[in-house]
Design a protein around this ligand. Structure first.
Ligand code: ASP
Length: 429
């Protein structure tokens, strides 16, 4: 009977059991056992997903772009995708900024805790500060420069360089379209086969997902068990961030989906749920990409051509949850330090958080370093980061859910506008 359950139900059960196992381990002092014998299974699941991320991004982008037989269609879809990504990210940042100004979570922060956590996280903060300092004072075009790989093998060997892999994949695929079709027949067939093999690998990895998610959740609960006081002290901040993120998931995206694709919001949320659950437990939108791709093409019947292009690009540049959270975090820290931000500072936060989310890698805690860049650029004390680091993980989990939901929404909108919804055969389960 367990075999017949759909994957998302199994993942859900895995998550519930993981929380239970974690709590029982804390109550019965079995933390070490959990860390040594259960958590590694979660790490194995995470590594399997990361393992397939670079090949998947490369192959799916090449397949997606090269199947667009003409360059004008390609550039139209490209412009549309990036344009909609930018608009949704700007709106998400504004939602975060509006909420944090309305709720003012920083005003209720107890002073003694500030000092305590500043001391406790000083090391973490200064390590990250070092990196951010390096990034400061660089040319504003640095991000463009960083996008071009010097050596594609090195780029492919470093998961934080996915943007470079994307750049190469796009260049490769565009050239493929420009070369006469009869010369690329073999290459196309090769990529078709490769794509099927990678999808099969993902299918196999996902069978392990319920166990992986169970182990990840149990490990997380044990890791955070000693910090219950911190959780309550930062409750208001977390609540504000969570409220903003939930508004995006439950109101903003369903409204866009209804308005621009005609898909029912309920079906949309149900269809995307398995990917959301994986995003929630892995905190990595890059690791979740295989599942997002599968759900969007299977459930919403978005063509593979559009899905294979829009989603991998979205994983690296479209992070609505991240930008919303960065706005909340930056203003919260300013409030804690008693700073009154001017309108122009607030506007810079919107712009910087949007840009910073584009530059954040889709890995757990990927945006923390970028947050330092936002803070320093607006003149908010970076030490404030120490206050929020301890509670970052649960928010990271939720913002990753928002990130992949945003990608899926835009993929569906682009597909609809191109008449690419429900026209191609879908991937098998
Ligand atoms: N964990 C996020 C993601 O993978 C990135 C971040 O906001 O830290 O989407």
């Amino acid at each position: 009977m367990l075999k017949k359950l759909p994957l998302w139900v199994k993942i859900f059960i895995g998550m519930g059991l993981g929380i239970l196992v974690g709590l029982v381990a804390v109550w019965t002092s079995l933390e070490d056992f959990t860390i040594n014998w259960i958590k590694p299974w979660g790490n194995i699941f995470l590594k399997l997903l990361k393992l397939i991320a670079v090949p998947l991004i490369f192959v799916s982008l090449v397949k997606g772009i090269s199947s667009l037989s003409n360059i004008s269609k390609l550039s139209r879809i490209g412009m549309k995708t990036i344009g909609i990504y930018l608009v949704t990210t700007l709106i998400a940042t504004t939602v975060g900024l509006g909420l944090v100004n309305l709720i003012k979570p920083g005003d209720v922060f107890p002073e003694e805790r500030q000092q305590e956590y500043r001391d406790r996280f000083l090391e973490d903060v200064s390590a990250k500060q070092l990196f951010a300092d390096e990034m400061q004072g660089q040319s504003p075009l640095r991000f463009l420069e960083d996008m071009i790989p010097e050596n594609i093998v090195f780029a492919a060997g470093d998961n934080s360089k996915m943007l470079q892999v994307i750049f190469f994949a796009i260049l490769f695929a565009i050239s493929m379209v420009l070369v006469p079709a009869d010369k690329t027949v073999v290459v196309r067939r090769f990529f078709d086969g490769l794509n099927d093999i990678i999808l099969k690998i993902i299918d196999l990895i996902m069978r392990f997902a319920p166990v992986g998610v169970l182990a990840l959740m149990a490990g997380l609960i044990v890791d955070f068990s000693g910090d219950s006081e911190l959780f309550s002290a930062l409750g208001m901040y977390m609540l504000t961030a969570i409220l903003g993120l939930l508004m995006l998931i439950l109101i903003f995206y369903p409204a866009l989906i209804r308005l621009f694709t005609g898909i029912k919001p309920g079906s949309f949320l149900r269809g995307i749920l398995p990917a959301q659950l994986v995003a929630f437990s892995t905190s990595s939108s890059a690791a979740t990409l295989p599942v997002t791709l599968k759900q969007v093409t299977n459930e919403f019947k978005v063509s593979k051509t559009v899905g294979n292009f829009v989603l991998p690009v979205g994983v690296t540049i479209n992070m609505d949850g991240t930008s919303c959270y960065q706005a909340v975090a930056a203003v919260f820290i300013a409030q804690v330090f008693g700073m009154d931000l001017t309108i122009s500072q607030q506007l810079s936060i919107v712009l910087l958080a949007t840009l910073a989310s584009i530059g954040s890698p889709g890995v757990p805690g990927g945006s923390i370093v970028m947050l330092i860049v936002v803070l320093t650029s607006v003149g908010i004390p970076v030490e404030g980061l120490a206050l929020i680091l301890g509670v970052d993980r649960p928010i990271d989990m939720l913002r990753t859910v928002v990130n992949i939901t945003g990608d899926s929404t835009v993929a569906s909108i682009v597909a609809k506008s191109e008449g690419e919804i429900g026209v191609e055969e879908t991937q098998e389960e």
